[in-house]
Design a protein around this ligand. Structure first.
Ligand SMILES: Nc1ncnc2c1ncn2[C@@H]1O[C@H](COP(=O)(O)OP(=O)(O)OP(=O)(O)O)[C@@H](O)[C@H]1O
Ligand SMILES: O=P(O)(O)OC[C@H]1O[C@](O)(CO)[C@@H](O)[C@@H]1O
Ligand SMILES: [Mg+2]
Length: 500
């Protein structure tokens, strides 16, 4: 049975099977002509057995099940289809990148261009200069395989990016005026919300234009998908800062190294960098409140660790402890052009706090503190090898989906499989570290840091978790993937919260 409301397509089947499907051009433009997929005669692909994806293939969101569990939510499997809804010379594609930088942006751009050109014979591809506002305020940048050949070796995005400036009607006017019929949008949660309203406006105008998203976020705060591209690269780069902090700290008496990492609302980079390094004594993230003074507080822990080991390293995510800073710094809430909260420098603040604390008469101790802020270094670099492969698969899946006429979708990895996910599932909430789950417990046990939670807070944190119908892997994971409607654990990459 198929139901469609507010552009959401939900198909139900036997034994609790649910397909959260993505829209298709024929949903609002019936009788579109189709063409055989040119990959059929492509020597590279025609040798691959079953290269084309069966149109009924779907990917379950929840892979750990009990014998009596319902089949649950599924997403459409990504990949090339037997027939396509665009002829090669009809396609006029554009690519836009929005939001903050992320390793791998250039690889995604490269692989969209090369995928369209080499797999589908498309040669009209434009780069939109400088994010959404570039649609109506800048000239476009022609993109060919030659132009993009080496760009995956560079950080940043060759077509530029920006925050703010999303004017839906001006953007769709520009798409219509230029005769663009495939729009590839690379960006984070804000960008995908923008993509969703562009898709709705295009559909309202009845245009044969596909809107396809590729999720990008260094913070890994996009839900549903296993992990965002560039995340591994960022964690790897963060190791260099943590190593430096450790070397500095252990070379002096009572040395303290403080490293601030990105993570506005989600502390995944800090958590993974800490788990990978083994040199970190304390990791502070936005999801886990902490306090400084008194019994069980950070200062007491620093003193204890210095007395035991003579040095220590603290990793702090930029969004951690912002409520403590707000108490001490009276300034109005500031926002960036996209409406994201501008954060105060928690690294400087905590470094200052630790120095002050050990300078006071009651806690006098000679410490040497070095503060390292590699914030932009972890994202302004090219992607590593595994992210490059990941970006390639995401880009190619997106191209196959667009050529097959799917629209209003984000291309994403779910349980190690490429899928097409409806925009609303990507934008409805943010992915966060679940502090009552196994991964955070592993971190606490590896650093042996205090949890900073009293019995009352533990009860509250557990209450926030929607308990699943049956406790599965990562039993307290707050994402729907453990609540009987979703699953993110990935055979290939692993769910970042409940990876086994
Ligand atoms: N609710 C929304 N509706 C339409 N457009 C939006 C919305 N939220 C954000 N945008 C647009 O999306 C673009 C990027 O948004 P934003 O700066 O929040 O980055 P992001 O995509 O979330 O990436 P990052 O992970 O770097 O934060 C901006 O041009 C912004 O105007
Ligand atoms: O300085 P910018 O470009 O606004 O980006 C900073 C923000 O972008 C992010 O990297 C998300 O893209 C956050 O971690 C960070 O707070
Ligand atoms: Mg965002």
């Amino acid at each position: 049975m198929e139901q469609e409301s507010n552009f959401m397509k939900v198909v139900t089947g036997d034994a609790g099977y649910v397909l959260e499907d993505v829209p298709h051009l024929i949903d609002y433009i019936p009788d579109l002509p189709t063409y055989p997929n040119p990959l059929r005669s492509n020597p590279a692909y025609s040798v691959v057995k079953q290269y084309f994806v069966h149109e009924d293939d779907t990917v379950p969101q929840k892979i750990v099940v009990h014998k009596d569990s319902p089949r649950g939510v599924h997403f459409r499997r990504a990949g090339p289809r037997q027939k396509v809804y665009f002829s090669s010379d009809e396609v006029h594609a554009c690519i836009v990148t929005c939001g903050g930088l992320c390793p791998g942006l250039n690889t995604v751009i490269r692989e969209i261009v090369c995928g369209l050109y080499h797999m589908y014979g498309v040669n009209k591809i434009l780069g939109i200069d400088g994010g959404y506002r570039g649609f109506y305020s800048r000239n476009t940048i022609p993109l060919t395989p030659k132009v993009v050949n080496d760009i995956h070796k560079r950080g940043g995005t060759i077509i530029g990016t920006s925050r703010g400036g999303h004017d839906t009607s001006k953007i769709v006017d520009s798409i219509q005026d230029r005769g663009i019929n495939q729009v590839y949008i690379i960006g984070g949660d804000g960008t995908q919300k923008g993509a969703s309203v562009i898709y709705e406006e295009i559909r309202r105008r009845g245009l044969k234009v596909v809107v396809a998203g590729i999720p990008k976020t260094i913070d890994n705060d996009i839900p549903v998908i296993d992990k965002s591209f560039g995340f591994d690269t960022a964690v790897e780069e963060a190791q260099r800062a943590i190593n430096a902090a450790h070397v500095e700290a252990e070379s002096t008496e009572n040395g303290v190294g403080v490293v601030k990492l990105m993570g506005r609302y989600s502390g995944f980079i800090a958590m993974y960098a800490t788990l990978a390094s083994r040199d970190v004594d304390c990791c502070l993230i936005p999801e886990s409140p902490f306090y400084l003074e008194g019994e069980g507080g950070l200062f007491e822990f620093v003193e204890k660790r210095l007395k035991e080991n003579g040095h220590m390293v603290i990793v702090i995510a930029e969004g951690a402890g912002q409520e403590l800073l707000s108490e001490s710094l009276l300034s109005a809430d500031q926002k960036d052009a996209s409406g994201n909260k501008l954060l105060r420098d928690v690294g400087l603040w905590i470094s200052h706090g630790i120095r002050e604390h050990f300078a006071t008469k009651n806690h006098k101790m000679d410490i040497t503190l070095k503060y390292i802020d590699p914030t932009y270094m972890v994202r302004a670099i090219p992607s590593n090898a595994s992210d490059n492969v990941y970006c390639t698969l995401l880009a190619q899946s997106c191209v196959h989906g667009a050529m097959a006429g799917y629209t209003g979708f984000t291309s994403g990895l779910v349980n190690g499989r490429q899928t097409y996910i409806p925009f609303n599932r990507i934008t409805e909430k943010q992915n966060k570290v679940v502090i009552t789950d196994r991964m955070w417990a592993r971190l606490l046990s590896s650093t042996n840091q205090p949890s900073f939670l009293g019995p009352k807070e533990v009860v509250e944190a557990k209450k926030e978790v929607e308990l699943p119908t049956g406790l599965l892997d990562g039993e307290n994971c707050k994402d729907d993937h453990q609540s009987g409607t979703m699953s993110k654990s990935s055979a290939l990459l692993g769910c970042l919260n409940c990876m086994q």
